[in-house]
Design a protein around this ligand. Structure first.
Ligand code: PDD
Length: 288
């Protein structure tokens, strides 16, 4: 089956999709993006992802390339053309093409690129077995709430994790508190069973998965709090996990050299994962 990409108004064979050499995304990482999972032929939480895209665009002063209605049509068309029933849709919007000059150009048309990828998410071993994370200093800027394509520190962090045999790197602020992973939000369950995740300020990305999990936690009557937690607290936690559009709820079984809990996925993490995957598949008995 042919694979298409959507590039500035045209559906083109994936391998032939190109952008201009003076696109500001290419030269300055001047753009934003979203990743939306697809499970059982449905996009998961498309609306909050597109709301966040709008917010990122407006924080960066980039015009919306398409109306919400047209954007949704294009997304559905691309998923249909590419026959994706499980996987993801990626979209990126940059400020557009202009002669290289640091300051934002005026009157430039934003560029938009959309691709899809088939991923067999639900059979991934990380969901059932859990993963290791490492901790590293957070060297990023002070607007991590904007989902910008400027991801070099995140790529460095992820590479460091990979080289240490870990799935993710938990970045740590100057106070010794975990901010978030290179591409996911960080969570722990304290010794007394409380779910903790850092508040969504400018220090982290307000994960769409995170928001859905907080809602599910509230609906299920779990005890939870949004507050920073330290590396030490994480290492002595009963459970830990990460959340994102592509990792869903992935249990963390080791942080640096410290084994978490009994070394296997935690009970609460497993329950949250189950509830969340049901939600993704539209199977939930509760109204969400
Ligand atoms: N990353 N924090 C960071 C730094 C992220 O890059 C992501 C997502 C998240 C989780 O957000 P969400 O739940 O909305 O996916 C948190 C995506 C998956 C990526 O870059 O591929």
């Amino acid at each position: 089956m042919a694979r298409y990409a959507y590039v500035n108004g045209r559906y083109v064979p994936h391998d032939e999709g190109t952008v201009h050499i003076e696109d500001r995304g290419y030269q300055f990482a001047d753009g934003v993006y979203e990743v939306i999972p697809i499970i059982d032929d449905r996009m998961v939480d498309a609306a909050p992802h597109l709301d966040r895209l709008d917010r990122s665009l407006s924080e960066m002063n980039i015009a919306a390339p398409l109306s919400r209605k047209v954007l949704e049509l294009v997304m559905r068309e691309l998923i249909e053309r590419n026959g994706v029933s499980e996987g993801l849709i990626y979209m990126q919007v940059t400020r557009g093409v202009a002669p290289r000059d640091h300051k934002f150009p005026k009157g430039v048309r934003p560029s938009i690129v959309m691709t899809t990828k088939k991923v067999d998410f639900l059979s991934q071993k990380k969901l059932s077995d859990g993963v290791k994370v490492i901790t590293i200093p957070d060297i990023r800027w002070e607007r991590c709430d904007i989902k910008t394509i400027s991801l070099l520190p995140n790529c460095m962090a992820k590479t460091q994790a990979f080289e240490a045999g870990a799935y993710e790197a938990w970045q740590v602020d100057g106070d010794g508190n975990v901010t978030e992973g290179a591409s996911s939000n960080a969570w722990i369950v304290t010794a007394d069973g409380k779910l903790l995740t850092r508040p969504a300020t400018h220090d982290i990305l307000r994960g769409v998965t995170r928001q859905s999990l907080l809602r599910i936690a509230a609906e299920e009557g779990l005890s939870f709090e949004e507050r920073p937690f330290s590396v030490e607290e994480a290492k002595t936690a009963r459970e830990a996990f990460v959340s994102s559009a592509t990792s869903f709820v992935t249990p963390v079984v080791q942080i640096d050299d410290t084994v978490i809990g009994n070394g296997g996925p935690g009970i609460l993490s497993g329950r949250l994962q189950g509830w969340y995957l049901d939600y993704c598949a539209g199977l939930n008995t509760k109204e969400r």
